[in-house]
Design a protein around this ligand. Structure first.
Ligand code: HEM
Length: 149
């Protein structure tokens, strides 16, 4: 009886586990490379936002790490092309938009450098001001470069 139970458990695992992985893969496949990287950036941004809301310097190390992660992520984002631009037919306009996108990402990267400095100096007021600027940059960047659903 025990053997039968063990056999059934193993059989169920073998059938169910690949399905669970397949679902995750399908979800991931639907995202563009930029969306995938932006989601990673989003995680780091949320750590910073939450940490600054609490207004404590005790988790400062984590916030500095998140600012660095955000910077690394934005550097990767800069090298990717938003779907809206990738689908453009007009080559001249496409080139112009890629240039503008890269410039906007450069601004965002610079902000993360400033953010890291402010956090290192434990200047939470400045850090929060930069975080707000980043949020504005995010809103503007999405409005201009993100494809309408
Ligand atoms: C704090 C800064 C930012 C965060 C946390 C962030 C987060 C995200 C997230 C989570 C997505 C995935 C789609 C979604 O859930 O709506 C996304 C997509 C996107 N983001 Fe950002 N973003 C930020 C800044 C920017 C900036 C500065 C730009 C442009 C210069 C930008 C351009 C885009 C584009 C174009 C997409 C769509 C992806 C595609 O078209 O392939 N984002 N972003």
């Amino acid at each position: 009886m025990k053997k039968l139970l063990l056999f059934t458990t193993i059989l169920f695992s073998l059938v169910l586990i690949p399905q669970t992985y397949a679902q995750v893969d399908d979800e991931e496949l639907e995202l563009s490379p930029l969306e995938k990287e932006m989601k990673i950036a989003d995680k780091a941004y949320k750590i910073i936002k939450k940490g600054l809301k609490k207004g404590s310097t005790t988790k400062n190390k984590d916030l500095i790490k998140a600012a660095k992660d955000l910077q690394g992520s934005f550097k990767k984002c800069k090298e990717l092309v938003p779907l809206k631009i990738a689908e453009m037919k007009d080559a001249k306009l496409k080139k112009k938009m890629i240039g503008e996108y890269k410039k906007a990402m450069d601004v965002a990267i610079k902000m993360t450098v400033k953010l890291e400095k402010a956090l290192k100096a434990k200047d939470l007021k400045t850090a929060e001001a930069i975080r707000k600027e980043l949020f504005e940059g995010k809103k503007a960047g999405h409005e201009k470069f993100q494809k309408d659903e």
